[in-house]
Design a protein around this ligand. Structure first.
Ligand SMILES: CC(C)(COP(=O)(O)OP(=O)(O)OC[C@H]1O[C@@H](n2cnc3c(N)ncnc32)[C@H](O)[C@@H]1OP(=O)(O)O)[C@@H](O)C(=O)NCCC(=O)NCCSC(=O)CC(=O)O
Length: 894
């Protein structure tokens, strides 16, 4: 037993843990052991004060040799350096991983704000928006707020003086004290203002219409007469705008109102995603570390980013075995034998300072737990939300650390990696759908320190083994039709519909259904993205008559009354038009009956349709998320331009498509052209593996604008019904995980009704297009539609399916057509709701309209979730009379 009195603090050396007396004994022992007897004698006399204070005069025999202590000290120092280096390296790794995860989260946020958001509607805004609707003053009076009708010469103080509407065929509305057409067709709709009038006078483009208004000028609004919108009214367009504006896919143009003020308020962006508080992961179970110094940590986090239904699983398994007790006791042994205060006969005592072994293990053992597992529904996590705390959840996630082959770390000879990690870090679930895994990060950090050569007493050895296998698997962000199950390795997997049965009967492990989203049939064309665009001028229906009649210098009360009636019964509330005050100023001959103006009209139209098509295509490609280089084919549909080469080439060039993109131009099909485009794109996509087809439709009514005439009553129908715009979709089969198909084009049919070719009769003349619209069109459609629909339905392979079991995406040629179809097929009132909404919001925009309806239908099907129908029909009608039909399959969540 070695005892000493407690040293006074003033006598302490260094941190006060070793006393001069203890050192003196060690030196004395060293001199004795090495037989430095003379020196020892001198030392003993010189250090007699220290030695004499000790109750022991002689060095205890059991005192550990100084050499040994120093050797151990050096060894431990070396270990500490190694550990510090490793710790620094792991910190770097951690930073790297956190950056990586941040990047992933950013990508997810982008995904969230596009694919997961509802598509935007056409301009117009919520009445609640803090907006002043502005009406442009005449371009000739840029600085005042009075609207001047250049045609009538009258000065008006109200909006009805403004704008024009243009219509296809012979039905056109005139009188365009419209805003300068220098406003871009494609201006962002985020502007809080809906401007009605012309921007500051700008030089009129030689080409006519679509020059962009300088933003600053538009913002100043010096040439605008400002109207306050009614706070209590909101057009359906507004509703849709708010509901759909999040995707930012469409032309976000600051629209100018034509023909006066409206109750429209500016478009708003609605990209907010519901933020759901995250569930806390269940706390890890604390376990008492066993006494073996092996640390095994295994974490697997499997996340399905499907926000609808999903699962997030955290699996942590750690076994922490402390170091060999011998190790710590060795140190204690050393210390103890120096400690003269200890009561223990063996002079062992516990140190306040951590043992060197603790230094090695401390950075890993803190979270020691065992076999904990947390599982959280993605309903509550909102994985794609920007607040999803990836980095928090993943904490000290280690990626890419396989190479902990730091040469300074001794490798244990008896350590097997597989044993430690418990799984192969690189193993990929063989049950996953090909291409479904977007990314997988697996990392194994293994650290092994074997202290073999420490000069310690006895058989002490220290072996530290740390293996951390962490696997983050991000399944396809596509809301894939799948059931979820866990494979043998307990990895979460998603199975497509066609594999579900197999999984339910034969799969081992836990099976858990997290998503029932439908998968497109292999090889079938799907709609992968959608975009739309509109020209700058907005035409509020209630102001159309006055402006149109003024611009066309028509004062016939009969025509006025009839047009007013039709403006109401068409149900249209807003339309967009290329034709503007500026154009009418430049081309006054457009309002003169019989004047040869085809050249002027084409000058305007050719440029305008391509510009709108460009904007719609860009929005669509943005939503799609891939690059223009990935577009292999383009189908361009328009009945509003004529030139060689056609708009397909101009559009391809402006988009920067590859020069070997395969182009198809579909001219002058009329209102069914959008569905024809879908059919052609479908054929291309299904017959060219890997192809991606951009279908763009673009129309303006400028070719058919002309003054009203009693001899052409159908012109008035057109004036009250038609609008301008563009739309685009990407079509492709076998979607990639990064793509988000929402509709399958399952089957397509075109058919004409014999003997009806004169019902819609369009003729190109020197004066533009004359478009005769037969009164009997709704009836002809009614008579033939049922058989046509049944033909399409039959391809779904479900004999029991009835019309009301499907969703209906129908071109809204006019209310009479929709009403007759609804009555004939005994459809529920809600079945044609999307068609009616598109008609109200945009009017009949010819070939584009079906795509606007499809966009609304996409939203509806998503909203319905489980209640959404799987099968639907897409229908459009036009000259011929031609029916174009598609059997559609919704891929929305169910
Ligand atoms: C236009 C309507 C909204 C009007 O409905 P109403 O409820 O007012 O009642 P209504 O049908 O009696 O029509 C009102 C007045 O307009 C006249 N009227 C209606 N349609 C007419 C036409 N095509 N030609 C000439 N006049 C017409 C009626 O004779 C009547 O006049 P009076 O009182 O003097 O008797 C509706 O008829 C309708 O939706 N029609 C279908 C429009 C259409 O054809 N769309 C397809 C566009 S072409 C297309 O989409 C494809 C393509 O372009 O390729």
């Amino acid at each position: 037993m070695v005892r000493t009195t407690k040293p006074k603090s003033a006598e302490r050396v260094g941190k006060g843990k070793v006393t001069p007396m203890q050192v003196a004994f060690l030196v004395d022992r060293y001199l004795c052991d090495n037989r430095f007897l003379e020196t020892r004698s001198v030392f003993r006399s010189e250090a007699s004060s220290l030695i004499s204070k000790s109750p022991l005069r002689e060095v205890p025999c059991s005192l550990i040799p100084l050499d040994d202590i120093l050797n151990e000290y050096i060894s431990l120092k070396e270990q500490k350096v190694i550990v510090d280096q490793e710790k620094a390296r792991l910190d770097q790794e951690k930073t790297r991983v956190q950056n990586l995860l941040q990047g992933m989260q950013d990508v997810m946020n982008v995904y969230n704000s596009t694919a997961a958001s509802a598509p935007p509607p056409p301009a117009i805004t919520s009445s609640a928006a803090p907006t002043a609707i502005q009406v442009a003053a005449s371009t000739s009076q840029p600085s005042n707020s009075i609207v001047v009708s250049p045609l009538g010469g009258a000065v008006h103080h109200s909006a009805p003086n403004l704008m024009s509407a243009s219509l296809p065929g012979n039905k056109r509305v005139g009188n365009f004290t419209a805003p300068s057409s220098t406003q871009s067709v494609t201006r962002k709709r985020k502007s809080p203002e809906v401007s009605l009038g012309a921007p500051p006078p700008t030089s009129v483009s030689s080409k006519g219409v679509m020059k962009k208004i300088p933003r600053a000028a538009a913002a100043k609004g010096t040439n605008y007469l400002t109207f306050q919108p009614s706070p209590n009214t909101q057009t359906p367009v507004n509703n849709n705008s708010v509901a759909n504006d999040s995707s930012d896919l469409t032309s976000t143009v600051a629209k100018r109102l034509c023909y006066g003020p409206s109750d429209m308020s500016p478009p708003t962006t609605n990209s907010a995603c519901p933020k759901t508080p995250q569930k806390q992961l269940s706390p890890q179970q604390e376990v008492t570390p066993p006494t073996n110094c092996t640390i095994l940590t295994k974490e697997r986090i499997t996340v399905s980013p499907n926000k609808q239904i999903g699962s997030y699983t955290v699996e942590r398994s750690r076994i922490v075995s402390s170091f060999s007790p011998v190790k710590s006791s060795k140190r204690d042994h050393v210390k103890g034998r120096l400690n003269f205060d200890d009561d223990d006969e063996e002079a062992t005592m516990h140190s306040d300072a951590p043992a060197s072994g603790d230094l090695v293990s401390s950075s890993y053992s803190s979270g020691s737990g065992s076999g904990s597992e947390a599982e959280v529904d993605l309903f509550d996590i909102d994985f794609l939300n920007e607040n999803f705390p990836f980095s928090e959840v993943l904490g000290d996630f280690d990626l890419g650390c396989e190479g902990i082959t730091d040469s300074c770390l001794p490798q244990p000879s008896d350590f097997h990696m597989e044993t430690a990690s418990g799984s192969s870090p690189g193993s990929v679930n063989e049950n996953l759908v090909p291409d479904q895994v977007v990314s997988e990060f697996t990392s194994t950090v293994t650290e092994m320190i074997q202290e073999k050569d420490m000069n310690t007493q006895g058989s002490d050895s220290m072996t530290t083994v740390k293996s951390i296998t962490k696997c983050l698997r991000i399944l396809s962000p596509v809301e894939y039709s799948a059931s979820t199950t866990f494979n043998l390795n307990n990895q979460l997997i998603l199975l497509p519909e066609r594999e579900r049965e197999m999984s339910s009967s034969g799969m081992n492990g836990v099976k858990k259904q997290i998503s029932t989203r439908r998968v497109a049939n292999p090889g079938k064309a799907t709609v992968l993205a959608l975009g739309k665009a509109f020209p700058s001028q907005v035409v509020p229906q209630e102001h159309l008559v006055e402006g149109f009649l003024r611009d066309t210098k028509c004062d016939d009360p009969f025509i006025k009354e009839k047009l007013e009636h039709l403006c109401k019964t068409t149900t249209v509330k807003t339309r967009y038009t290329v034709l503007s005050r500026e154009i009418l100023d430049k081309y006054p001959e457009l309002t003169t009956e019989g004047s040869p103006t085809i050249k002027q009209r084409l000058e305007i139209a050719n440029e305008a349709v391509v510009e709108m098509a460009l904007e719609a295509s860009l929005g669509c490609i943005k939503e799609w998320g891939r690059t223009v280089e990935d577009i292999t084919h383009i189908v361009y549909v328009s009945s509003s331009e004529i030139r060689l080469p056609g708009g397909d080439l101009y559009l391809s060039a402006k988009l920067g498509l590859k020069s070997d993109v395969n182009r198809v131009m579909l001219y002058f099909l009329g209102c069914y052209g959008g569905v024809t485009g879908l059919r052609v794109a479908k054929d291309i996509a299904e017959n060219n593996p890997g192809s991606r087809v951009l279908l763009t439709t673009s129309e303006t009514t400028i070719l058919g604008f002309r003054p009203p005439n009693k001899a052409r009553p159908y012109d008035l129908v057109g004036a009250a019904l038609f609008g301008d715009g563009a739309a685009a979709v990407i079509i492709g089969a076998d979607p990639l995980p990064s793509e988000a198909p929402f509709m399958e084009l399952h089957y397509a049919v075109q058919q004409f009704v014999p003997g009806t070719q004169t019902v819609i009769d369009g003729r190109l003349t020197e004066e533009g297009i004359n478009f005769k619209l037969g009164r009997d069109l709704p009836q002809k459609i009614e008579e033939n539609i049922e058989e046509f629909c049944k033909k399409l339905m039959g391809k779904a392979g479900d004999d029991s399916m009835e019309f009301n079991d499907m969703f209906w995406t129908v071109h809204p040629g006019g209310p009479a057509i929709l009403n007759r179809l609804e009555t004939k097929l005994k459809l529920g009132r809600e079945k044609l709701e999307c068609s009616r909404r598109a008609l109200v919001d945009y009017g009949n925009v010819s070939s584009n309209t079906i795509l606007y309806v499809m966009e609304y239908m996409r939203d509806e099907l998503k909203k319905k979730g489980d209640g959404a129908q799987e099968w639907g029909l897409g229908l459009a009608f036009g000259p011929g009379i031609t029916f174009e039909g598609l059997l559609l399959r919704s891929l929305a969540s169910t």
